[in-house]
Design a binder for this molecule. Sequence first.
Ligand SMILES: [Zn+2]
Length: 418
Amino acid sequence: MLTHCAHARYVWNLAVEQHAHWRPGRRSAPSFAEQCRQLTEARREHGWLGAGNADVQQQALKDFARAKSARFTSGFGEPTWRRKHVHEGFRVIGTGRVPECHADGSPKLNARTGRPVMGRSVVVRRLSRRWAQVRVPGCGWVRFRLSARGKGAELPGAKTFRVTFRSGRWHVTFAVVPDPVPAPGTGGVVGIDRGVTVTAALSDGRMLNCSQLTVRERAQIRKHQRRAARARKGSPGKAAAYAKVAGLRAREAMRRKDWCEKTSTMLARTYDLVRFEKLNIKTMTRSAKGTVEQPGQNVAQKSGLNRSILAQGWGLLRQRTGHKAPGRVEDVPAPYTSLRCSACGWIDKNSRKSQAEFVCSSCGFTCNADTNASNNVAAGQGGIPRPRRTAGAGGATTATRRPNAREPQPARVGIPLF
Ligand SMILES: [Zn+2]
């Protein structure tokens, strides 16, 4: 399978190179069909490439063609180089033959002969509740453990599947677009405020936390990093220590993903409308380092905050909820959601007494700060600051102070105020 990965990567990178050298005015870069012809030639010329699986190599070209055509819509941009140990994977096209269907379930018929159109399908054999096997070219039947979603369900009728290898784990993925989760029809609206201390505060008062590595696991990471640093360059001990670190990091990522999947399903099932505060994670996690001439302040604190923002999986939760409840997810502009009183609408940064406590300086409304923010998000408010009251009208001493154009930054970077 690693050989398949190497061949797929080689073919993909050749395709990237062909397209990278294209400039306006030159002959157009080769199309998928042209690349397939070139691949056949290359396979004839080079024995090592010819010895590999032709389908795996051709699917790499097809993946590239698809990535290229979707470069403006996929969110991944221009397809780029694949690296050894980082982007290991290949696609396998199914060998089974099944009649193709229209969207309404009626069989597709050939217009000329009237016979049903046959399509490719992956043959998956179920071995038990947990285990199944699939045929990989050159490797025979390969057993795999079913993920939580595949466990109870009927095995998918995918046309292809992808095998990937990352941080010491092999995965097999069947691309099937699942049906969206049906709306409960209760008219319920929920607002979600994402933060660092509480991953997701819901406007119904619930505080959801994304599980992270335990103190013990983090200590293990440090231990193995230390061992790797002290081991001789290129020694097996160094590689083993790095593999341990990668394994723990993979565990962290999988835990986060699992949490996002479960939470997004719960949200899609329980509420008709889900509102997220609009965050720009890219700008929020921008480095504070600055330049040599103008060094930034609190660089270490900001990088620590960045790490915890990225570790929270905020983007993934929003993305997966959008997939599961299409058309039922909204983004509410974020400024002032954490400073606005959800009872009277008064915006004052002094209302937020601490990380957790919110006491309105105008009406005295008291609430958990995260719940208050999520209530604002649920109401779809927070974006436009209310017209400034004149001094005395609100009774608040800070009413004369004009709020900053941006949401006031936390005094210490360690205390987030989102
Ligand atoms: Zn108030």
